[in-house]
Design a protein around this ligand. Structure first.
Ligand code: AMP
Ligand code: MG
Length: 348
């Protein structure tokens, strides 16, 4: 049975953090809240502990882990040849949803970096996460706390669904605030390159360090160009039912989704629709979930994974989703939705 520390829903509980820190220092696994999604933590400098993460998630061993730190000074032990941009970005965005790829030192085992000579580093913006990192020895490797291939967990209950009986402890810190994984920026390239879009946009990074590129493998995700972040090549975040994104003029999108769901119902099956607060009343022939409001893109990011899990639970036969090209997080939201859809898009 897994231990769930529910006493941290309203803030940091020192006693609970001590217990969880001890589990980590003994080489165990603890799931904990961050501002992006729930993470599955282990001591990043202990190869055996990192290996347990891959096993618990069923994660391919070439998919490296992000090392979480709680203080800027901690970066010195695990990286070498840091470019000046690293400190500038840390001053601007840490603690926060930005992961930097840097050259690793010998202190970081290859088990943590999936065999790479680089290491991904982030300082999360969540008081429970920061306290746990310090209590666990300062360097916590943590991918998202879901079974590989399932949508990332945005509440403790999602972690329990996937990890009960497999890990030692879950800290329940309530629902996360952002709901999509961090922006990953590779600082080992001549021009810093975004390997995964997130809350921190290309524009926000450019304002701090100048030119920033998008990984070509991201822009052409279904072509022969391989994404540079090993994890981005896998079909992630997949719901059980096939998912189609319907793109185009708003009214035409509604008409198309209504036509498709009517057909589905006539065949005796129950489709699902991902709509917004503005449109959820327009679909009559499906189970409709509103992802949030178009006027508040953070609400859209925050609910995406929970809705994909909810449609798994309801066992819908097919899912049709509107598309969400919002100003700041649009590239991140659409990147995750496109992966969940296996790039199946219906243009109207
Ligand atoms: P997750 O923590 O599950 O969201 O996954 C971490 C992501 O970071 C995956 O897409 C990894 O491929 C990526 N990543 C971690 N370390 C590196 C690295 N050294 N170089 C490139 N990508 C990395
Ligand atoms: Mg993940």
């Amino acid at each position: 049975m897994i231990t769930v520390l529910e006493d941290m829903r309203d803030g940091v509980c020192e006693d609970g953090i001590c217990r969880a820190g001890e589990v980590l220092r003994r080489g165990g696994l603890v799931a904990f809240p961050t501002e992006t999604v729930y993470g599955l933590g282990a001591d990043a400098l202990d190869a055996g502990a990192s290996a347990k993460i891959y096993q618990a998630k069923g994660r391919p061993s070439d998919n490296p882990l992000i090392v979480h730190i709680a203080d800027w000074e901690a970066i010195e032990r695990i990286t070498v040849d840091r470019p000046a941009q690293a400190k500038l970005l840390s001053d601007a965005f840490w603690p926060g949803p930005l992961t930097m790829i840097l050259r690793k030192s010998a202190a970081v085992p290859y088990a943590t970096t999936g065999g790479l000579d680089t290491v991904a580093v982030r300082m999360p913006d969540n008081p429970i996460a920061l306290a746990l990192i310090r209590a666990g020895g300062g360097y916590i490797a943590a991918p998202s706390a879901n079974t590989s291939g399932r949508p990332s967990p945005t509440m403790a209950q999602h972690v329990a669904e996937d990890m009960d009986g497999v890990i030692d402890m879950i800290i329940d810190g309530g629902p996360v605030s952002i709901g999509l994984e961090s922006t990953i920026l590779d600082l080992t390239e001549e021009t810093p390159t975004i390997l995964r879009p997130g809350f921190i946009s290309q524009e926000m990074l450019r304002e701090v360090i100048g030119p920033v590129e998008m990984d070509r493998g991201l822009l052409a995700a279904d072509s022969s160009v391989r994404p540079k972040a090993p994890g981005m090549k896998y079909r992630h975040y997949a719901p059980r039912a096939p998912l189609f994104i319907v793109e185009g003029d708003r009214e035409k999108v509604q008409e198309k989704i209504n036509a498709l769901t009517t057909l589905e119902r006539e065949s005796g099956r129950m489709p699902g629709v991902i709509a917004t607060d503005e449109t959820s009343g327009s679909y009559a022939h499906a189970i409709v979930e509103s992802i949030g409001s178009r006027a508040d893109e953070r609400s859209i990011a925050r609910h995406l994974y929970a809705i994909l899990r909810e449609f798994d639970r309801l066992e819908v036969s097919v899912i049709y989703s509107e598309s969400f090209e919002t100003p700041q997080m649009g590239p991140a939201i659409m990147n995750r939705l496109m992966k969940a859809a296996g790039h199946q898009v219906i243009c109207v």
